[in-house]
Design a protein around this ligand. Sequence first.
Ligand code: NDP
Ligand code: MG
Length: 402
Amino acid sequence: MLEKKFAFPVPKKHFMPSSQKRIALLGSTGSIGTQTLDIARLHKDKIAIEVLTAHSNADLLIAQAAEFMPNVVVIGNELLYDKVFAALDPLGIKVYSGEKSLASVVEMETVDLVLTALMGYAGLLPTIRAIKAGKDIALANKETLVVAGELIMKLATENNVSIIPVDSEHSAIFQCLVGEYHNKIEKIILTASGGPFRGKDRNFLSTVTKAQALKHPNWSMGAKITIDSASLMNKGLEVIEAKWLFDLKPSQIEVVVHPQSIVHSMIEFEDTSIKAQLGLPDMKIPIQYALFFPHRIKADFEKFSFLKYPTLTFEKPDTETFRNLNLAYQAMETGGNAACVLNAANEIAVSKFLNDEISFLQISDMIAHCMGKIAFIKQPNLEDYIHTDQATRAMAENMILR
Ligand code: NDP
Ligand code: MG
């Protein structure tokens, strides 16, 4: 029997692989969402889709609902409600729209596990509501922990809720921790692919286009996280995510660049032993692990072969060129609402970069500017996080960069 101890989330209900787990999948139309449904499709005896939500991709949401027959769907964009209702009401599927519905469907009694695969800050309130309703969380939406990690982990403990990471690095750490509950972590080593601009200098980066930034060498993901990977902000967000998930000090979290993305992350213990989890870069592996934890389910994913990858390399991240990683460490060390500012400024900056309104290097300029200007709150409550997010977005939106 696995024991629950600070950072070792264990689902309250120990589902055996033969029993059906009922899932609310938030963000079903995205990269993680569609891959989650690929797994659910193979394991209909073990997974029932109870809730599906999307923001604006009504056509895909309708198709997914017609296939998986959830009890409820939520379309975030209220203008699309009529279209989704017309398609799904005849099938007996309940249709809701808007942010409030998104936050309340997670509380449904028929939901066992909420998988948060929506993008950005939008994940925060539904995750809080789900935790308060006692639902276990499979967490892909790292921004939730970046914005309000202290609050989220406290709520999870109070409500006896497990937070099971989906992010590949955190899943790797989580998998390495199984059986190590009483052993102290010396440090964790998060691996980073380095993204499409690894080895490039600031001169090169000053003119890169969004098409170049969207070409990730190893992973196929949503647009926002792909830009975050190119700017190293993704690793910055993951460092903060790891701090909260595994209850670590900033000095216990190291980042190494590993361009092959085979070693997904590592833990060093006090006896100097290092444990790592390896595999091909395929998000279905950590998604499936989170869905079925503590069980491993047979899968026919492509297998990793050491002989096909005779050289696995590791190098120091270039934080002079890629400033975002240091900005994230700075926000983590500052604490309070600093990481909430970092996240909001980054979300606006990335969307401006994707709209061709700012250059790639200006993403970091915008974040650093907001971090220097937004009022610091040492012990924020939920209202403070909401206000910090809004104030930072307004500042970033109105910033004029030369
Ligand atoms: P995508 O952009 O592919 O998908 C995002 C999903 O969230 C879509 O279903 C989208 O709906 C929905 N969504 C977007 N904005 C909102 C909003 N304001 N309110 C409600 N729903 C919204 O993202 P990814 O799947 O790539 O990433 C999802 C999360 O998982 C992110 O936090 C990311 O950091 C994390 N993650 C992703 C990985 C990956 O490989 N993709 C790896 C590790 C973590 P619609 O399509 O209708 O617009
Ligand atoms: Mg990751």
